[in-house]
Write a protein that binds this ligand. Structure first.
Ligand code: PLP
Length: 371
């Protein structure tokens, strides 16, 4: 096939799916990557970060990324690396937990945890004790306190659950985990909470946090795939290292070959936006979340499942299925959650105030036509 034809076919297929800009995408936790991150990706697309013999300089970028997160998350000298996403990061966290406590088998996991935790438990042959949720859909602290035993390997909490956007009581539970591995899955909330005032803490200043998952390809506005696993110190990573004779230096990543493209993309965004830039991005998303909530307040029969702490609104109500179907018919990308009878509106950077207003207009019409 000729290049022109190949490109035309790609463009034609791509256009069948929506674009973030104008695409009415409300259900996604990802967004349009920044221009600079795409440029960075392209510059490094041919570099294999695994091959430190041929490409010894990528680690400079990656270590600057980890340093940046260290500054934002407590400055205790954390270690970590850029993963292919939250799933890999969660697997690595529980693998490190298993290495730390090889004789223990049980992990305490709230029912709201991302399914990658279940995958990790399956792979690592750990047994899950499911933690019930309280009336605010947060992990039940009392249950965790009661259930921690000599066999407890780890407790997993989430900062931004996938269906409802809930932040578990990390501070309270961290106080219970002096002799248990505590992993915080902040795949979504990790690029939000540190940039908000008076928000729940996910930083390593909380003594007993061992590891944090955080995904730049969500609120960090980098291209997929780019996640991150952060550990309290480098000892956790050294337990995950393999050192084959034909490679120059050992590395603890789950995957082998890694595109340095996504490392460069994360680095570029952190340098470009820095803390102030992310404060601005997150601030705007929260403002648009409040705009959405103020309009929902006016609509009878619809309400958020929980009061949002993040730019994430899970909507429910008596006619939620009908409303959902009508909105989807009108082109809005939404998806019902089977457990909670709600759909999520993730107020990502592409969900601007204009998008919120257009959505609320449609929502109002649907609700009025049903009632
Ligand atoms: N953890 C949470 C809380 C998530 O919401 C997600 C994905 O949405 C993940 C982990 C998995 O991330 P990924 O899809 O990047 O593997």
């Amino acid at each position: 096939m000729k290049k022109k034809k190949i490109l035309a076919r790609l463009i034609e297929l791509r256009k069948r799916d929506p674009f973030y800009d104008g695409g009415k995408i409300l259900s996604s936790v990802c967004t349009q990557p920044s221009e600079i991150s795409l440029e960075a990706y392209r510059i490094y697309a041919d570099v294999n970060a695994l091959d430190t013999h041929v490409f010894p300089n990528t680690w400079v970028l990656e270590s600057e990324v980890i340093k940046w997160f260290d500054t934002v998350l407590g400055g205790v000298g954390i270690a970590g690396y850029i993963t292919s996403g939250g799933t890999e990061a969660n697997i690595q966290a529980l693998w490190a937990a298993k290495k730390k406590y090889p004789d223990r088998k049980t992990i305490l996991v709230p029912k709201s945890a991302h399914y990658s935790i279940e995958k990790a438990a399956d792979l690592l042959e750990l047994s899950i004790e499911w933690v019930p949720l309280d009336e605010k859909y947060k992990a039940d602290v009392g249950f965790i306190e009661q259930m921690i035993s000599d066999d407890t390997l780890a407790v997993v909490l989430t900062a931004g659950t996938s269906a409802l956007g809930v932040v578990d009581p990390i501070m309270e539970v961290s106080g219970l985990c002096s002799d248990v591995f505590l992993h915080v899955d902040a795949a979504f909330g990790g690029m939000v909470l540190p940039f908000l005032n008076d928000s729940p803490r996910i930083d390593f200043g909380l003594e007993n946090i061992d590891s944090v998952t955080l995904d730049p390809h969500k609120m960090g506005c980098t291209p997929i795939p780019s996640g991150c696993i952060l550990f309290r110190d480098k000892s956790y990573m050294s337990n995950l290292v393999y050192d084959p004779s034909y490679l120059k230096s050992p590395f603890p990543s789950l995957i082998g070959s890694r595109s340095a493209g996504f490392i460069a993309a994360v680095w570029a965004n952190l340098m470009f936006y820095d803390v102030e830039g992310y404060r601005r991005i997150v601030g705007e998303c929260m403002e648009n979340t409040r705009l959405l909530l103020s309009h929902i307040d006016e609509l009878e029969g619809l309400s958020p499942v929980v009061e949002p702490e993040l730019n994430f609104v899970a909507l429910t109500g008596e006619y939620i299925k009908e409303v959902h179907d009508m909105l989807v018919e009108r082109g809005w990308r939404l998806l019902l959650d089977r457990d909670s009878d709600s759909f999520r509106v993730v107020v990502m950077p592409h969900v601007t105030a204009d998008v919120v207003r257009a959505f609320v207009g449609g929502l109002r019409e649907c609700v009025n036509s049903i009632r």
